[in-house]
Design a protein around this ligand. Structure first.
Ligand code: GDP
Length: 327
């Protein structure tokens, strides 16, 4: 199949074509890379936009249960839902925290749903690019909602937040009355905090935890791009499908507010610029480190720094000056 045929099928919403297209953007081969770019250009004209929801939470908090219940709810409303994953563990070790094979079985059987496991053997920069391109492909294929899931490890949350229109943090009920060591930076990224497992024995703890996070969120600086009551915390039960409709309502309310106030388009424009600059930066780095002279200089100067013959900073300044002199 050539690229324009593939583009046509993706634009027609063909899930097999979409899967093939994502495989193409994941490939490291230079000819595949060229085709992937051609494909992206061909599909840019569809101008379709999905609601891109980033979802983060530590293993065991209930991400897959939530996505399955939430996804099934949306599909029942006639919405098309795609699920992508950013799994930094698979990038490093080839193993997956998100353990894709057995997850979300019911959702994966739905004709309106598309679930893509996270790829292995890609570095985080590669994962970011691949996910960004996969999101764009899902949008071009006419999905209404794209859920981008990640575990709370390393930089993956930042990457997902930069790919999303809304960023959701999923938390478990706290055992005691302490907050769960959630880093401030992550709290600040969240548009909505969902305290999951608000059912059975855990219900009271979840209600308390939700109140604690509501209080903590109020202490954060208010964002001018959001209505006064955001970011907010809600209690949900993914297992009992409780509170999910309310969570969806809140997501849509936030989306509408941002659209009306022009923040939606601005965020997308800022993100596009961010990714453009990121791609150029990564390309520059790759080109530089592929240059044998520069590699040799990095190696020998690095050795000298390790032997204590130069400080890291002055050695780096010298190497950079040498590079600048080459151009
Ligand atoms: P993930 O690692 O974040 O994807 O978490 P899973 O969705 O695999 O869920 C981890 C465990 O928590 C499983 O045993 C789920 O059945 C359980 N779980 C998930 N959501 C809920 C919930 O809303 N209530 C309760 N009680 N358990 C849940």
């Amino acid at each position: 199949m050539n690229v324009s045929e593939l583009a046509q099928k993706v634009a027609a919403g063909d899930r097999r074509a979409l899967a093939r297209a994502i495989t193409l953007v994941e490939s490291a081969r230079a000819d595949h890379r060229a085709q992937a770019l051609e494909l992206a250009d061909a599909l840019r004209g569809t101008q379709r936009q999905a609601l891109r929801i980033g979802l983060s939470g530590t293993p065991g908090v209930g991400k897959s249960t939530f996505i399955e219940s939430f996804g099934l709810m949306l599909v029942a409303q006639g919405l098309r839902v795609a699920v992508l994953a950013v799994d930094p563990s698979s990038a490093r070790s080839g193993g997956s925290i998100l353990g894709d094979k057995t997850r979300m079985e019911r959702l994966s059987r739905e004709p309106l749903a598309f679930i893509r496991p996270s790829p292995s053997r890609t570095h985080l920069g590669g994962v970011a690019r691949r996910t960004r391109e996969a999101v764009a492909l899902c949008e071009a294929a006419g999905f209404d909602v794209v859920l981008i899931e990640t575990v709370g490890v390393g930089q993956s949350e930042t990457v997902v937040a930069e790919l999303s229109d809304l960023f959701i943090l999923l938390l478990a009920p706290a055992g005691g009355d302490e907050l769960q060591g959630v880093k401030r930076g992550i709290m600040e990224m969240a548009d909505i905090i969902l305290v999951n497992k608000a059912d059975g024995d855990l219900k009271a703890a979840a209600t308390r935890t939700r109140a604690d996070y509501s209080g903590a969120l109020r202490l954060l600086r208010r964002r001018p791009q959001d209505p006064p009551d955001f970011p907010k915390a809600l209690a949900v039960s993914a297992l009992e499908e409780d509170g999910l409709a309310k969570a969806w309502e809140e997501m849509q309310a936030l989306k509408e507010w941002r659209r009306e106030h022009g923040h939606w388009e601005r965020r997308r424009a800022d993100q596009a610029r961010h990714w453009f600059e990121d791609e150029v930066r990564q390309g520059l780095l790759a080109a530089l480190t592929a240059n044998p002279d520069i590699r040799a200089a990095m190696q020998s100067t690095g050795d000298a720094v390790a032997r204590g013959e130069a400080t890291p900073d002055s050695a780096a300044a010298k190497v950079l000056a040498q590079m600048a002199a080459r151009d």
